[in-house]
Each structure stands twice: as C-alpha cells, then as structure tokens.
Ligand binder design. Sequence first.
Ligand code: HEC
Ligand code: HEC
Length: 287
Amino acid sequence: MLVLLGLLFGGGSYWMFAVPDVGSREIPRTAAAIERGAYLVTAGGCVSCHAGQREGMEETLAGGLPLESDFGTFYAPNITPDPDTGIGNWTGNDFLLALKHGRTPSGSFYYPAFPYRAYSGLTDRDVLAMAAYLQSLEPVSNSVPEADTPAWLNRWAVAGWNKLADFRQPEQADFDDEQLARGAYLARNLGHCGECHTPRDSLGIPDLNREYAGATMGEDTIEAIDADALVDWSASAFDLFLLLGLKPNDEFVGGEMSDVIEHNTSLLTDEDRMALAIFFTRHNPPQ
Ligand code: HEC
Ligand code: HEC
C-alpha cells in the first residue's frame, strides 16, 4: 500500500493527470439519436439528481440538488443546453470525458458524487446519443453552487482516488448470453444500482468484490440485492418490482428506491426490465 501511495503522490503525475484520448467525436443530431438519448437518460436515472430544484424548474434538468455525504456536499449541475450555466457549448468529446472518465472540459476532475465510474462502461454511441438529447432540450439559465468539501479534498485529489479505485477494481467477466449482458449493462452501468447497493470502504470506493452486498448511507441501511439476498425472488417477481416497487412480501418499497422506480426502472421497455430481472435473479453466483 505504501508503495502504491508513493506512486500516486510522488512521481507519475503525467500518468495521474493526463486527459484520456477519446478521439474526436461528433454529437449525432438526428431525430433517431435524440429519441434513443431520451430513453438512455431515463434508464440512466439522470433526472433523480439533475432535476431542477428552483420553482418552475422542476420539470427540467437545471440541477441544484445538494448531495450530502461524509466527504462534503456536492451539487448536481445544470445539464440543459444553456451556453453559460449549462452544457450548451459542449462537444462530443466533452461528454465522453465527463461521463466515462469523470473529467471536466478544462481537464480537471469531477467528484464521484457523479456516478461516472458506473457510466465509464457505457458505449460511446450511447453517451453521444444522450448528448444529442440533452442538447435538444430547452435551455434553462441556472447556476448551481460549487461543491462544499473539507480543505483536504479538492478536485485534483480525485486523481489519486480514481487510480486507487482502478487498482481495487476486480476483473468482471463478460457475459456470453445476450440478455444477461444487457441486464449487466443496465445494472452496472446505466442504472448504477451499485452506487447505492454496493458497500464502500473508508475512502468511499465501492467494493466490487462484494457487489450488491448492501451498504450504509448516512443513517440508512440499504438492503443487499446480491444472489444470496434474492434467493426468494423469481425473475417475474423482480420484474414486477422494477415496474411497481412491489416486493414478493406484498410491501411497497420506500425511500430513495421509490424514486428509482418512478423515474427510471418503471419507464424501461419490457425487454430491458426483464433483462435486469434476469441479471439479478439468475446470474448466481455473481461474477
Ligand atoms: C447520483 C447523482 C447523479 C446522477 C444519477 C447523475 N449525475 Fe450527473 N452529476 C452529478 C454531480 C454531483 C455532478 C457534479 C460533480 C462535481 O461537482 O464534481 C454531475 C455532473 C454531471 C455533468 C457535468 C456538468 C458540468 O456542468 O460540468 C454532466 C454532463 C452530467 N452530470 C450528466 C449526467 C447524465 C447524462 C446522467 C445520467 C446518465 C447523470 N449525470 C446522472 C450527479 C449525478
Ligand atoms: C439512490 C440510491 C439507490 C439506487 C441508485 C438504487 N437503489 Fe435499490 N434501494 C435503495 C434503497 C434506499 C432501498 C431500500 C428502500 C426502503 O427502505 O424500502 C432499496 C431497495 C431495493 C430493493 C428491495 C430490497 C429488499 O429486499 O427489500 C431492490 C430489489 C432494489 N433496491 C433494486 C435496485 C436496482 C435493481 C437498482 C438499479 C436499477 C437499484 N435498486 C438502484 C436505494 C437505491
């Protein structure tokens, strides 16, 4: 560990801070891309964090929601295409760098309150379709506050955090089965279920060796949804849960999960919902 920390904070600054090369990518401006992007933004749960908080902005993605954590308070930005306070001037590369690498257009770092590590597994095509959709929306002018973090935590420190998280990330096998692969993509990447359901270490790095084993968030305990926890759930029971929030014991889920159901999983296509259900109930043991 000491060797690793030495590597992180001693030499290797190019290795730590270099901006990844994502090529030179255009945002597709077709109606089909925008429509796909709209669906992906729903499946990605973006509205749960980016919905406008000011009066009259609730139906927009003008941002402002404060996300409290042990590491400070982070504010979801305005992701409407306002050129000054939103993402109106962003290029395809800016979107790829932000969503897949957690990098700002100026080369700095986003805080992981933005689930970019989950989104890093998205295809470029999906990210660019989301970009097309976001830039097709009505621009809303709304500035959100800068993150409020303890003095030791600034954006550049996130570089070290990312490298540590890379280092601890286990290899995850690809799935041969198309439906399982789609379910894994929806769960691990777009739907970022692990952001809440996977335990984290003291630095807030998700422990993917215990994927979906349950977690604590502030005072709240979040249930495990790994294979052990779901032994009594059939795929169709899970599918119904994703649609209605109704559990096999006939109780409705509450808390933040009801928001995930309302704004994300209940709006998925039948096919995608079933792929998620199959991923959670049939890929046993998790790999
Ligand atoms: C769990 C809450 C959360 C979810 C879900 C989320 N974001 Fe964010 N997002 C954030 C936060 C917080 C930031 C700012 C982080 C920071 O200040 O470093 C951010 C930053 C961004 C930025 C950078 C904006 C800028 O002005 O710099 C973009 C673009 C973005 N998110 C798009 C998305 C999209 C698209 C989705 C859905 C696929 C999404 N986000 C889902 C919380 C979230
Ligand atoms: C923003 C955090 C968050 C995200 C993202 C999230 N969940 Fe949850 N989930 C929760 C919380 C909190 C609960 C417990 C709710 C309660 O108290 O009833 C929960 C409960 C559940 C339950 C019920 C478990 C049980 O035994 O009662 C299931 C199943 C579930 N989530 C699946 C998912 C899936 C699948 C995804 C991804 C599509 C997901 N969750 C994404 C926070 C989240």
